[in-house]
Design a protein around this ligand. Structure first.
Ligand SMILES: *Cc1c(COP(=O)(O)O)cnc(C)c1O
Length: 303
């Protein structure tokens, strides 16, 4: 529901705003490697503040997203097998040749995390009268949303001494770089991304995300692409809102019982019914009515 179609503008906007503030009127050209929504956020902000912007997307990015980027006035180049390859090209071939270049990473920057903190910060304010909340569900790609959420929780706990709400970090199979690191007990890089949820397709999560995910209030689950797709289908049916699979996977965890298994396994039904759970409906622009129809046809019978 936010400009650029996902939560991403919170973090990326914060970083870009700070860059402009420190640059004292000199022109900047923003460069962002992105599978989609980070690029859309970067292009949206660049347009708002009237700066140049180039987005390098990997080959896995859909034409739908590329069209949306071009429509915002961004220069778009499609290079590389995955995000890491697009990033390498951007740094080597573009940034070095442009004295006005400013690099906008898609997720791994403290100023991005501070921007993402506003997400749960606003929810906290909205939930004050309801006595707060017990758990938060969010998807994990590079981990900036999770970092923003957990940092907000930690600040509140430090201030009030309250028990931290639980956090469920959700990924799709084939993009489970956080879950695989937690299982391995070290920060690992996936060989390749095989999930349909390209916005979660980061082969190595931010170090800070891996660090925070080891805190006792955070749990990690992995769901299939099929479940993520049907999460989008059901959300469209029930709430009349289109979201992409990277968001649908968090909704699927709620719909199909994974959330209860992860967070409420020891609770009886009565206890569980009292749980107030916040789900980050992070959105995403890589979706259309046509796509929802395909998901329903392809996976409807399977799950
Ligand atoms: C980027 C993105 C994610 C993942 O966020 P990270 O901060 O990279 O973990 C999830 N959902 C949507 C819609 C996104 O655009």
């Amino acid at each position: 529901m936010q400009p650029s179609g996902s939560f991403k503008i919170r973090g990326i906007g914060n970083l870009m705003k700070s860059a402009v503030r420190h640059n004292k009127g000199r022109p900047l050209h923003f460069y962002c490697p992105s599978g989609g929504n980070a690029g859309l956020a970067c292009a949206t902000v660049a347009r708002m503040i009237d700066h140049e912007v180039t987005i390098v997307v990997p080959r896995s990015t859909s034409q739908l997203l590329i069209n949306k980027l071009r429509h915002l006035g961004a220069k778009v180049q499609q290079v590389g097998e995955n995000l890491a390859a697009a990033d390498l090209y951007l740094k080597k071939e573009l940034i070095g040749c442009d004295p006005n270049a400013f690099y906008v990473p898609p997720f791994d920057h403290p100023l991005i995390w501070v921007g993402q903190e506003t997400l749960l910060g606003e929810v906290e304010q909205q939930m004050v009268e309801k006595g707060g909340f017990d758990a938060v569900v969010c998807s994990v790609g590079g981990g900036s949303m999770l970092i923003g959420i957990q940092q907000t929780i930690k600040k509140r706990v430090a201030m009030t001494g309250e028990k931290p709400p639980m956090v469920l970090a959700v990924e799709t199979r084939g993009a489970e770089s956080l879950n695989a690191s937690l299982l391995a007990g070290r920060h690992i890089t996936l060989d390749k991304i095989t999930s349909i949820a390209t916005s979660l397709g980061v082969s190595r999560v931010a170090e800070r995300a891996y660090e925070l995910a080891q805190e006792p209030n955070v749990k990690s689950v992995v769901l299939s692409d099929a479940e993520a797709c049907l999460g989008c289908v059901r959300f469209a049916d029930e709430e009349r809102i289109l979201v992409e699979t990277s968001c649908g996977v968090s909704l699927a965890a709620v719909y199909n019982g994974n959330m209860r298994k992860a967070l409420g396994a020891t609770m009886d039904d009565e206890e569980w019914a009292k749980m107030k759970v916040v789900v980050s409906v992070c959105g995403g622009s890589d979706v259309s009515l046509e796509r929802i129809k395909e998901y329903r046809e392809r996976y409807g019978a399977e799950v």
